[in-house]
Design a protein around this ligand. Structure first.
Ligand SMILES: Nc1ncnc2c1ncn2[C@@H]1O[C@H](COP(=O)(O)OP(=O)(O)OP(=O)(O)O)[C@@H](O)[C@H]1O
Length: 236
C-alpha cells in the first residue's frame, strides 16, 4: 500500500548549519506517529518541509504525500493533507460553519461534505456553530480545523503541538479525536512535547535528534522528568 507520507533522504540547512540530515520517514494509512525532540531539534522545520515551505536552496531529498511528489505536483500533493498549527488559524469574524465553507472554497473542493457531521464528529457543540470564532477557546478552534480536515477528506493530518495550552479535559477530547481520525484511515504526524498524550494516541514514537529520526520506547511505569531528560539527551 502507498504510504500517505514518504520522506527520503531529506536534508536541510540554514546558514550552513544542517538541521535535518538525510532523514527518512514512512507513514502508512491509519497510523499515528509522534515526533518528540528538544527545543530547536528541527521538528517545526520538518513540518514546514512537508508543507512545501522551504525552498530548494535550503533542502534536498524527496517528499511524497499519498504517492504524489511534492516538488513535481505541489498543488495535488498539498491537497491531500490538512495542517493544524500550534495556534489554530481560523477567521475570528467568521463562524465555524463559515470558516469551513470558506476553506473548502479556497481549495476549490466540492462542498458536498456534510459539514455538520464533521463538526459533530470533531466534538464542537452545536450551539457554537454560528458564533464568531473570535469567541472560541483554543480547543474549539482546533476542533474547527479538524472538522475542516474531515470535510476536506484529507488523507494526511499534520498536528503541531496540538496539546499545548489545553486543559486535561480538552486534552483528552483532542486525543480521542486523533484516535477517531486514525480509525478513519488518516495518516497522522504529530509534533509534540506532551509525551503522555503522545504515548496515549501514537503507534510509534520517534525522537528527532542530530537531524535524524530514531524510534523510542518509553516505559510509562518508570516515567519521570529525569528519565525523560535522559531520553531527550540520548542517554536512555
Ligand atoms: N528560517 C530560519 N532561518 C534560520 N534558522 C532557522 C529558521 N527556522 C528555524 N531555524 C533554526 O533551525 C533550528 C530548528 O528550529 P525548529 O523551530 O524546527 O525547532 P523545533 O524542534 O520545532 O523547536 P521547538 O521545540 O522549540 O519548537 C533552530 O536552531 C532554529 O533556530
Amino acid at each position: 500500500m502507498t504510504a500517505l507520507l514518504s520522506i527520503q533522504q531529506l536534508s536541510l540547512r540554514f546558514a550552513g548549519r544542517e538541521i535535518l540530515k538525510q532523514l527518512d520517514l514512512s507513514l502508512p494509512a491509519g497510523e499515528v506517529v509522534s515526533v518528540l525532540g528538544s527545543n530547536g531539534a528541527g521538528k517545526s522545520t520538518l513540518l514546514k518541509s512537508i508543507l512545501g515551505l522551504h525552498t530548494a536552496a535550503h533542502q534536498t531529498g524527496t517528499i511524497q504525500i499519498a504517492g504524489v511528489d511534492l516538488e513535481q505536483a505541489r498543488h495535488q500533493a498539498l491537497s491531500q493533507l490538512a495542517y493544524v498549527p500550534e495556534q489554530p488559524a481560523v477567521y475570528g469574524h467568521l463562524s465555524a460553519l463559515e470558516n469551513i465553507r470558506y476553506f473548502l472554497s479556497l481549495g476549490a473542493i466540492s462542498q458536498t461534505a456534510d459539514i455538520a457531521s464533521c463538526l459533530t464528529m470533531a466534538g464542537l457543540p452545536e450551539q457554537s456553530w454560528h458564533r464568531p470564532c473570535s469567541e472560541y477557546s483554543k480547543g474549539m478552534k482546533q476542533k474547527v480545523m479538524l472538522a475542516f480536515a474531515l470535510a476536506k477528506q484529507a488523507k494526511l493530518l499534520l498536528l503541531d503541538e496540538p496539546n499545548s495550552g489545553l486543559d486535561p479535559q480538552a486534552t483528552e477530547e483532542l486525543n480521542q479525536l486523533i484516535v477517531q481520525c486514525k480509525a478513519r484511515g488518516m495518516g497522522i504526524l504529530v509534533v509534540t512535547h506532551d509525551v503522555l498524550s503522545a504515548m496515549a494516541f501514537s503507534d510509534r514514537l520517534l525522537m528527532l535528534a542530530n537531524g535524524q529520526l530514531q524510534p523510542v520506547v518509553i516505559d510509562q511505569s518508570s516515567l519521570t522528568l529525569d528519565s525523560l531528560k535522559r531520553l531527550y539527551q540520548g542517554q536512555a
